[in-house]
Design a protein around this ligand. Structure first.
Ligand code: ZN
Length: 320
């Protein structure tokens, strides 16, 4: 009995120990399971955070791309209306940059602007233009009067004449006048092949660059002759006129002044710095126009202040 009893007691001890071990193993397992669950939860959390961050980053980048795309549209289509404040600010900044460029005497890329600050867009403007020069006996007198009245004009020069009258081109440029091209040989461009036409402009560009360090930004076609080949291939705007003084025909200052009586705001006036009678007329015309309140401007200034975006290959007759 005693043995049995002891045995029984031993057995019950074993049971107790067994059950304790089992419970201990179970609680260990439980803890392990809990730990595993926590690890899984934590890793899931980290993965989620990473995924969300990647998504957010992509979203921000997409937004940036969208904005750049819009800006490009605004800048490329300068004439298209954009009402957002943001694009208005961009435009302002662009204009400020343009104005800064004008103060530099020579634009690095050869794209020269012939602009002054401080002109009043609400006051009338007129662009006097002179073709067929330079020719010192006449050009120098015109420059003298322009300088005296702080006026500007545009000289559509014939490239082949530049070597003989280089000083005039320099002086005109230094006084802030626009130097533009009337081709190299005063060629009727409608009679030339595309290759010949481009050669006329290339030679004009080279000789002007040699003298003043930058190129022209507009062309006056000799004889006013224009065809589709020119419209398609010429990389600058073509400038006509709205007032023809016929100075080459009359060779008479009074007659030129008579023709100038029709001048109004935005006009482009055609003259030639080849005839002494033209210089004589300009000496009277400039102070008269200024007295009437006109600002005497370059073609570039006229278009700039009148809000005209002149395009390559297109023909412009005035600033209206
Ligand atoms: Zn001409």
């Amino acid at each position: 009995m005693g043995y049995k009893g002891r045995n029984n007691k031993d057995e019950s001890d074993i049971f107790t120990r067994e059950s304790y071990r089992v419970r201990s193993i179970m609680s260990q397992r439980k803890r392990k399971n809990e730990l595993r669950a926590r690890i899984i939860l934590l890793s899931t959390g980290i993965v989620l955070v990473v995924i969300l961050s990647v998504l957010a980053f992509r979203l921000v980048n997409l937004n940036k791309k969208d904005k750049t795309g819009n800006d490009n549209v605004v800048e490329a289509g300068a004439s298209s209306n954009s009402n957002t404040q943001n694009s208005d600010e961009k435009k302002k900044k662009k204009e400020e940059a343009d104005n800064k460029e004008q103060t530099s005497t020579v634009a690095a890329k050869g794209k020269k602007r012939w602009l002054r600050d401080g002109l009043d867009p609400d006051k009338p403007m007129v662009a006097l233009t002179f073709d067929d020069g330079p020719y010192t006996p006449v050009t120098s007198k015109i420059l003298e009067v322009l300088n005296k009245y702080d006026a500007r004009a545009t000289f559509f020069i014939v490239g082949s004449r530049v070597p003989s009258y280089e000083d005039m081109v320099k002086q005109a440029y230094e006084q802030g006048n626009e130097i533009a091209t009337h081709t190299y040989n005063h060629a009727n461009l409608t009679k030339l092949t595309t290759k010949q036409m481009k050669e006329e402009l290339r030679k004009s560009r080279d000789i002007i660059k040699d003298v003043i360090g930058c190129s022209f930004s507009t062309l006056r076609p000799p004889g006013g002759n224009i065809n589709d080949n020119m419209r398609n291939n010429i990389k600058v705007p073509m400038i006509y006129w709205s007032v023809d003084t016929e100075d080459w025909k009359s060779r008479n200052a009074k007659s030129v002044l008579q023709e100038c009586k029709v001048i109004q705001d935005g006009d482009i006036v055609l003259m030639h710095d080849l005839y002494p009678s033209t210089a004589e007329a300009v000496q009277k015309l400039v102070p008269r126009l200024i007295k009437k309140g006109y600002q005497l401007v370059t073609v570039d200034e006229l278009f700039h202040y009148k809000g005209i975006k002149a395009e390559a290959g297109k023909v412009y007759m005035s600033g209206r």
